[in-house]
Ligand binder design. Structure first.
Ligand SMILES: O=C(O)c1ccc(O)c(O)c1
Ligand SMILES: [Mg+2]
Length: 616
């Protein structure tokens, strides 16, 4: 599949955009008029630069408000078009994109449109240019791709074809099946964008909220399957208008963009392959296929001074399992919950989650897939007799380990005999229930695509949670069987990967452990002096009002600072610890298959943590 990206997707100057697109491996670019007009590079410079970078210049765009106009305006439009055709000759670009007219002064007459498009194509032919006509979702009279195609078919000129853009098609809910009836050679260009489903006018939705494929809610693999079956074999080009991408680091955005197309290509191939179809004119590459992970193997916290964390872990009933044989790293366990405390390269580092291990069927295949999806491998020097662990970096810098087993545990020890070993009936069944990570705002969508494409986690609908410091977007990513649950939080005050905080000084992340009997366990923890996050009394009054709870249970919740929730399946009990550095722990009990994360309690948690931070 030939890949492309519109310059409008990226931040920076035209030169920076071209360099970033080439570096990320794109086959070609669409040049947006504004990027050229505002550039100090001459058209010849742009052409030379693209050739040096091995980048095709696939499309010049947009040409607006051409069709359906009175005669005088039509003549002026042709004059302007001719100037652009000459410019395209200098750039070496052979296709121009013409959008359906969005002006109010246009005329609703298909015969006139056909005639004018034919005239434009005839003029273009003299310059060796092809015209791709695209229905904008908010076009005054032409806003449906089938309508645009009918006009192109009626105009019947070899230099006139259509451009299909997923946003305009899927935002309006048009049926994509009829794409297959358009002859492949009359589809001159294909633009792809994903988007979250929003109740917003289509223009604003399109100009601000498009995201790369796999980061929104459109069914793009189905769309591309239709395009492949139609016989199209040209560029599949990203056209994503997005406020964040326009100001984020250009090279990272280009890599994120490339990952989205690799993912889309694979998904389309899988979907088409599953239907047992023949090969298409457009070749579709696949990747090593991996099953979703089957568990959270470990969580790692990095800290220069781990004493406060060790105290917290001991109060939670974790046992120290000793130091690593060769590295300044320690292991603590509670049942199957494994926490690694890493002091390596931790000078000046306050405690924070630094790595996660996921249980996978085949770590070599999973790592190969990740690298093909442009994830950076984590170099880990290891000794000859140590387990070789495969790891890649997530967008926020968290190291993601792909683990096939827990043989690495043997590299730690000997474990100190913990006074708590065997002291609790609840500990043997403990496991990591979920991990909650804060994400810098510039990389949130990228993180969603990373975890879904690399790790096969499924994104759920995102929710906004109120906090005294701002609104926190919460996005759950999980496996269907819930053996892996990850929650990503976007907090506006997480400034960047390393510089954090304004209103609230640290964005907190957490590791949640599941135990079988939370009230017994919490009382044990209290006995060991565990600092619980204090929950305000108002919360318990509200609980009483919402759920007719047994008064004894309610008293117990109050006494132990426990929180409660219920869904249509079961009940949820949980509590939070005080934070150490940027990390804290949550302990949960899921009763009768409760499936959520206690979302109604999240604002209470944020407010209590905010109060605790202010009090320090
Ligand atoms: O928002 C626009 O104007 C616009 C322009 C060109 C396109 O290809 C498009 O999809 C949207
Ligand atoms: Mg478009």
């Amino acid at each position: 599949m030939r890949t492309g990206i519109a310059t409008v997707c990226l931040s920076g100057t035209l030169e920076e955009k071209l360099r970033a697109a080439a570096k990320a491996g794109f086959g070609g670019v669409e040049i947006f008029e504004t990027d050229l007009v505002t550039s100090s590079l001459s058209p010849e410079d742009v052409r030379r630069l693209a050739a040096d970078l091995g980048l095709g210049l696939d499309l010049y765009q947009p040409f607006r408000d051409f069709d359906s106009v009175p005669d005088e305006l039509y003549r002026a439009n042709l004059r302007r078009a001719e100037a652009k055709f000459r410019l395209m000759g200098r750039l070496g670009i052979d296709t121009i994109l013409v959008c359906s007219n969005v002006g109010t002064a246009s005329i609703d007459d298909d015969a006139l449109r056909t005639e004018q498009l034919h005239g434009l194509a005839e003029l273009a032919a003299g310059h060796g240019v092809k015209v791709a006509y695209e229905a904008l979702a908010w076009g005054t009279y032409v806003n449906d791709y089938e309508h645009a195609w009918r006009l192109v078919a009626d105009a019947d000129h070899p230099n006139l074809g259509t451009c299909l853009d997923t946003f305009h098609i899927l935002s309006r809910g048009w049926d994509t099946e009829p794409i297959e009836k358009i002859p492949g050679e009359k589809i001159f260009f294909v633009q792809v964008a994903d988007a979250p489903k929003l109740s917003l006018d289509v223009l604003s939705w399109s100009r601000h909220y498009r995201v790369f494929p796999g980061e929104g809610q459109f069914d793009l693999p189905k769309f591309l399957g239709h395009v492949a079956r139609a016989g199209y074999d040209g560029p599949v080009s990203l056209e994503v208008f997005n406020d964040t991408f326009r100001q984020a680091d250009v090279e990272r955005t280009a890599v994120d963009a490339m990952r989205s197309l690799i993912w889309l290509e694979e998904r389309t191939a899988q979907l088409a392959g599953a239907a047992g179809e023949e090969r298409f004119a457009m070749p579709l590459r696949t990747l090593p296929r991996v099953a979703p992970p089957t568990g959270l193997n470990f969580a790692e916290v990095k800290a220069e001074y781990p004493a406060a964390l060790e105290r917290l872990l001991a109060q939670l009933g974790f046992s120290p399992r000793g130091e690593h044989r060769t590295k300044p790293v320690a292991l603590w366990t509670l049942g199957d919950a494994r926490i690694v405390l890493n002091r390596q390269g931790a000078a000046g580092v306050a405690p924070g989650i630094s790595a996660l291990g996921f249980d996978v069927e085949n770590s070599v295949a999973a790592a190969a897939r990740a690298v093909q999806l442009r994830a950076s491998p984590v170099p880990r020097p290891s000794q000859a007799d140590e387990e070789i662990l495969q790891a890649v970096k997530a967008p926020d810098g968290t190291e993601v380990f792909l683990c096939q087993d827990t043989a690495w545990v043997e590299e730690f020890g000997p474990g100190e005999a913990s006074p708590l070993d065997g002291a609790s009936a609840t500990s043997p069944a403990a496991r990591i229930d979920h991990i909650n990570l804060g994400q810098p705002w510039q990389h949130f969508d990228e993180a969603v695509l990373f975890y879904s494409s690399v790790l096969a986690l499924t994104p759920e609908a995102s929710q906004d949670v109120s906090s005294p410091a701002g609104l926190v977007r919460s996005q759950v990513m999980q496996t269907r069987d819930r053996s892996v649950r990850l929650a990503l939080n976007l907090a506006p005050w997480v400034q960047s990967d390393s510089v954090r905080g304004t209103l609230q000084d640290t964005f907190l992340e957490h590791i949640a452990v599941e135990v079988p009997d939370l009230t017994v366990y919490a009382a044990e923890c209290r006995g060991r002096g565990l600092p619980f996050l204090a929950i305000p009394e108002n919360y318990y009054e509200d609980l009483e009002a919402r759920f007719a709870l047994d008064p004894r249970l309610l008293a117990r919740l109050r006494e132990l600072d426990l929180l409660y929730d219920r869904d249509d399946k079961g009940e949820f009990l949980h509590f939070y610890t005080a934070a150490v550095g940027s990390v804290f722990f949550e302990v949960v009990q899921r009763i009768d298959g409760y499936d959520g994360f206690g979302a109604p309690n999240a604002p209470v948690r944020h407010a209590a943590q905010f109060a605790a931070q202010q009090a320090r």
